[in-house]
Each structure stands twice: as C-alpha cells, then as structure tokens.
Design a binder for this molecule. Sequence first.
Ligand SMILES: C[S@@+](CC[C@H](N)C(=O)[O-])C[C@H]1O[C@@H](n2cnc3c(N)ncnc32)[C@H](O)[C@@H]1O
Length: 375
Amino acid sequence: MNFSEQISELLKKIYHEKLVARIAVDKFIRNLNINSKQRKEILDFIYDCIRFIGFVKNHDFKITKEQLDEIKNNLILDESSFVNILGFNEEISKLILDSIPIDDFSLFLERAPLTIRANMIKTTREKLLIEFENKFKKYKTITTQFSPYGLTVDSHINVRVMEKFKKGFFEIQDEASQLITFLLPIIPGNNILDICAGTGGKSLAIASHFYNSINIEAFDIDKNRLQKLAKRSKIADAKIKIIKKPKTNFYDAVLIDAPCSGLGTLRRDVDLNIRTTPRSLKKVLNLQRTIFNKAVESAKNGGYIIYVTCSFLKEENEKQVEYFLENHKNIKLINISNILTDNHFNTFIHNQFFKTSPKINGMDSFFGAVFQKTH
Ligand SMILES: C[S@@+](CC[C@H](N)C(=O)[O-])C[C@H]1O[C@@H](n2cnc3c(N)ncnc32)[C@H](O)[C@@H]1O
C-alpha cells in the first residue's frame, strides 16, 4: 500500500468505525519513519481531511491536498455544506445553525491556539513569561487578554517536555476553561464539589485561583480519570480531596463541568462532526439532567450550582437551563452579571449566561449558568 492509500484507509476507518481521531492518528503517525516537518505536514493534512470528511467521503476517501485546499478556500457555509462538505449529521447541522450565527462557525474550522495556565501555587504568569521568552527566543509568547493566568504559546513549542510542566508549574488549558474559576461565588474556607472532575482540569484551576484556600472535593464516575487527577494534584501541590460519594445538603457550591457534545472544542476534537449524532446528543442530555439532580441534592440550602458545558448547542445550554428550572422548584437562576461584576468580563455576559467563543481571543466555546438552591 502506498502512502496516500494508507491515509485513505485510516480516514475510512475513522469515519466508519467512529474512532477517536486523535488516538487513531497518533498511532498511525508513530509508525512512520519521517522527520518533524513531514510529520507536521501529514498531521495538518489528515486533520483537514477529517474537518471536511463529507467531501472526502464523497471522493471515496482519496483526495489530494490541492483538492482539499480548493474546497477549503471556496467553502460557503449553509445547511447543505454542513452535511455534504463538513460531514455533519443532518439533524445536528440544523441544531448548530439554530444555535450560532453561521459566519461564526468558520472559526471552528481553524486550529486552536496553544494556551497554558500558570499554577499560582507554584509560580506566577510573569515568571513563566520570562522563562518562555528566554528559552524560546524565536517564538512569541503572549499573555492572554482575559485570564490573568494564561499565556498563549507558539504551537511549535513542545511544552509537555518542559521541566516546569513536569513539575506542575503550569497546565495546558484553554483560556475559556481557565475563566470558569471566575464563575464560582465562593470565598476561602468554603466547600466545593467538582462533581464531574475528570482528570482535574477545573479542580486544579480552582485550587490555583484560590491559592489552596478552598476545600475542593472531586468526584467522577470514571475512576481512571480520578487517578490521573490524583497524580496531577500531587505534582501541582493542589489541595484536592478525591471522594467516593458526594455528601448531601452540604456544599457551598457544586461545579458541574458536564459531559456534553463538546462541539465548543471542535477545533481540537475535529472528529466531532463524525461522532456527534442525535443518539449521542440525547445520551448526554439525559446524563446532564441526572447529574444536575445529584448536584442539587449535594448543595446546601443557599449553596450554588454552576453548570458548565463546552458546547454552543442551545439544547445543552439554554434549553437545559429551562428544563432544570421547571423541574427543580428549589433553585433559582442567578444572573451571571451579578457574579462577573468586573467590567473586564462584560463581553462574556449574554442574557443571564456566560458564553465564550473563538471570536473572542480565540477561545473555545463554553457556556455557564449559575443557580442557587433556595430551600
Ligand atoms: C467535560 S468532562 C470533565 C472535565 C474535567 N472537569 C476537566 O476540567 O478536566 C465530563 C466528565 O463527566 C464525567 N461523568 C459522566 N457521567 C457522570 C456521572 N454520572 N457522574 C459524575 N461524573 C460523570 C465523565 O467521566 C467526564 O470526566
């Protein structure tokens, strides 16, 4: 099999078997005997093929870079190109078009910036900036505009091999994700439950933001992820307690970083066009409702529930909020403008909610709503 045939086979597999592209592509590229420049070119090509999988599939997964460039440069976004060129499911395409302005969507077809978050328990952003500037003179490192902890780093820099990364001085984290810490109406000494803690992205950010002054309890259904969280928090010196079962009527705040379609991170998870189906969406919608019930139970009276998704779909956001309010008579919605009181954050306040998008400083698309348990 020649090289283009191998890529074609890989794309077919990713499409038909709904493989997680990142894992399948990593495995594929690892077995090739190529230099780093070739590696980058091939990766860019494969990921672009996945972004435009509808078109690639219609060409029996055999496509040249020139064909791909032509379609990219002449793309007109409408309902038909969502299905035929981008390869989204028809129903999902409609939901996307109903959720965000069509012109904004083109930004999701670009590469996301590489952003890191300074771990304030161990360092400061300023110190890290100096380190990056001295170490990588030919690349530009810039401070993020909204998160006081972020640096946008040139994607050629392999931050994972850096000693400071291995020792927990910084984490790789999108700016929008870093900002979630500002949605928490809590003060030092409070108890917070991170009910979907996963490998700890948000818990670590909270510990850093509050300089370890909050009692953070981390829960997740996936024990493997929690094991990773345990390792990361040790390295980061972050005070996070992993728990087997959340307490009832106890926490000052419960953060739900909900399992979701993830469409707001489409620039990184480019295969979501293939993997997002009405069925997968229904599954996460149900899960979000179940977890919300648990979160309300866990919060104390007067405590807060912070619901976050990395999706822009109304179904997972505004419509889900309506559902929560209808089904829980003991909660009220808090206008996010009462929490994000610093004018600096005005741009993220949409109606009563927190919203980010690649339009603002190249961030992922996040949604946040805050509720208070009244009784
Ligand atoms: C968006 S991810 C969380 C990411 C994590 N908070 C971070 O910042 O790295 C959603 C998480 O919800 C977890 N999850 C799914 N169903 C759950 C449930 N019923 N209860 C608690 N966690 C659940 C998944 O295992 C996954 O780790």
